[in-house]
Design a protein. Structure first.
Length: 200
């Protein structure tokens, strides 16, 4: 398969890209690195990326910014960080990317455990992640005969545990290989409209 991994040089994206490359042709995309550049907050940039790449068999997104901080200190503009980056960035990847999928293709988005088990300061992330879950359920029903759409929701991943572990008290880091396998299940399997939870 020909697969584009957006955010393919991030903590999760680099692991997913490496894993998928074992069996597939992988093109990485990110704001500054990768085979092609893309700004997730710009629909035009997303369209330009797909125009450069052409048709693909699968789209995997492992990127999307949110704003961390206590709810009492978050401004309206702070909330738009997650709405523009994590939410609308992924909505636009589906909205635009579906036109560049080969028959039987799939799209895999990324959320995380914060949708169901938010920690202090994660209001923006929890909000965006839950919105994406609803989006995936709805769109996958409307387009079930055209393409598959799933979302992978990892817990605190091992490669981020040293940096972020203090913000996730009591959480058991998830092995990176297990995370990568979740994306493999979405890309190579038959499922659609599913939230693939990888928490422990």
């Amino acid at each position: 398969m020909k697969i584009v991994v957006i955010g393919g040089h991030g903590t999760i994206g680099s692991c997913v890209s490496k894993h998928l490359k074992i069996k597939h042709e992988v093109i990485t995309a990110s704001r500054t690195n990768g085979d092609v550049h893309v700004d997730m907050e710009s629909a035009e940039s997303i369209k330009n990326m797909f125009e450069k790449i052409g048709k693909v068999d699968a789209i995997v997104n492992c990127a999307g910014a949110t704003k961390w901080g206590p709810f009492a200190e978050l401004t309206e503009e702070d909330f738009y960080v997650g709405l523009r980056g994590k939410l609308m960035g992924q909505v636009n990847i589906v909205r635009i990317g579906k036109n560049y999928l080969n028959k039987g293709g799939s799209i895999t988005l990324t959320t995380g455990i914060l949708a169901e088990d938010p920690v202090f300061g994660a209001t923006n992330s929890a909000m965006a992640n839950n919105a994406i879950h609803g989006f995936v359920r709805a769109v996958s029903q409307e387009h079930a005969n055209e393409f598959r759409l799933n979302v992978v929701a990892p817990g605190l991943v091992e490669d981020s545990a040293e940096r972020l572990g203090a913000a996730f008290p009591g959480h058991t880091p998830v092995p990176m290989q297990k995370v990568a396998k979740g994306y493999e299940r979405s890309v190579e399997g038959l499922r659609t409209g599913e939230i693939i939870r990888i928490y422990e």
